[in-house]
Design a protein around this ligand. Sequence first.
Ligand code: CP
Length: 299
Amino acid sequence: MPNLLKLTDWSAEDIRELLSRAEAIEEGRLNPQFDTFIVNLFFEPSTRTRFSFEVAEKRLGMKVLNFASETSSTKKGETLYDTLRTIESMGVQAAVIRHPEEGYYNDLKDRLNMTLINGGDGAGHHPSQTLLDLMTIRQEFGSFEGLTVAMIGDISHSRVARSNAIMLEKLGARVIFSGPPEWQSGAFAGTYVSMDEAIETADVVNMLRIQTERHGEVSCGMTKAQYHAAYGLSVERSKQMKPGSVIMHPGPFNRGVEIADELVENPNSRIFKQVHNGVPVRMAVLEWALTTEKKVVMA
Ligand code: CP
């Protein structure tokens, strides 16, 4: 059975097929069911990813185990591999994992006989977030070709920026970035522009949270108010947005920092639509992972 660790090996056609499957599930045209044990292992905080995977799993009829790292034997020194090998031995067929270490799965994927779904690895990748973002954009605009998507904020620490940029470019969108110079990253596709240019030219303004948990010594040295004035989507700045453009944010959002309080639930905001789409997308991901016969290397 395949793993979903990152999307970089997926073709544009693979993505379109999965999004169509998610839409069919959402519209009630498909109702796949699985008699499968699955475990959710989150070693970093999460609300959206963790609970929408759990809702998706329960809607698919799965038997769901939720691993609590604080009360598990990892506290007695058990490694991630040994934890998963132990759970696999009980007959659990799949695991959704979030872990602070980038690429944590590299050491696991060929040693386990269970499906691994990456729920976020450090500043690495967040494939299910990318898929739900793509579903939201496709619902809004019909396709990706010719769109400009701006990602704004803490780019270098954002697994969402990395995953989304690679796939959006593959699907025909133009990706631009803006944010503090200290948090720029040359590691993936896209061009850096000024805030004014990003806001005025984008069809999708995707604001990103400041990833304070990953900063170490690297900080842009601003107060929250200074950051909002320089790089936040303020009410004033939102008036520069193109007609028909939309606001997105993967969440969790910090009102008054990267996005003004008033804009979170503004008519142009798709933030809660993104959350809503997380469930059918994750149902489609799980269906794909549990029904694809061939071992497809997605890492
Ligand atoms: N977008 C996202 O991954 O949110 P959580 O950290 O709440 O899962």
